[in-house]
Design a protein around this ligand. Structure first.
Ligand SMILES: [Zn+2]
Length: 139
């Protein structure tokens, strides 16, 4: 599974366009730039796979994950199958999540009330941060 984006304009509307030196060549339909995918591209793919599966384990739905990291819910469902991810049941809560710029995140965490009685993880998301939070000890 790979997410290919044009290195010039970041558009993901790319089509396969032959093999050059054993590497897949792509054509960007947005800016007509030709490029091949190198190892760096593969690394970014793994990064999104991990993020998607993390969010899935935290109880977010495929559609929510699609909205957050911009990969299709079909891809996410394929990864869940491929890596045989089994989600433990989360009967009593659904996590909430917020996206922060760094300064906003620092500001948010300054308030101790935000931290007590809740579990949370912070994960990097491009140039921003995502905070996933679930309330515990709540009936
Ligand atoms: Zn392009």
């Amino acid at each position: 599974m790979e997410i290919v984006a044009c290195p010039k304009c970041q558009n993901t509307k790319v089509v396969k366009s032959g093999i050059i030196k054993e590497r897949q060549r792509y054509l960007c339909k947005s800016c007509t730039y030709y490029f091949t995918v190198n190892k760096v591209g593969k690394k970014i793919d793994d990064y999104y796979v991990t993020k998607a599966l993390q969010l899935y384990l935290e109880g977010l739905s495929y559609r929510e994950i699609e909205r957050i990291i911009g990969v299709s819910h079909v891809s996410i469902s394929n990864w869940v199958k491929e890596f045989k991810i089994k989600k433990p049941p989360h009967p009593n809560y659904h996590p909430s999540y917020k996206i922060f710029k760094h300064a906003e995140l620092v500001e948010y965490l300054k308030n101790k009330d935000q931290l007590s009685g809740a579990g949370m993880i912070i994960t990097e998301l491009g140039d921003k941060f995502m905070l996933i939070k679930w309330e515990r000890f709540k009936d």
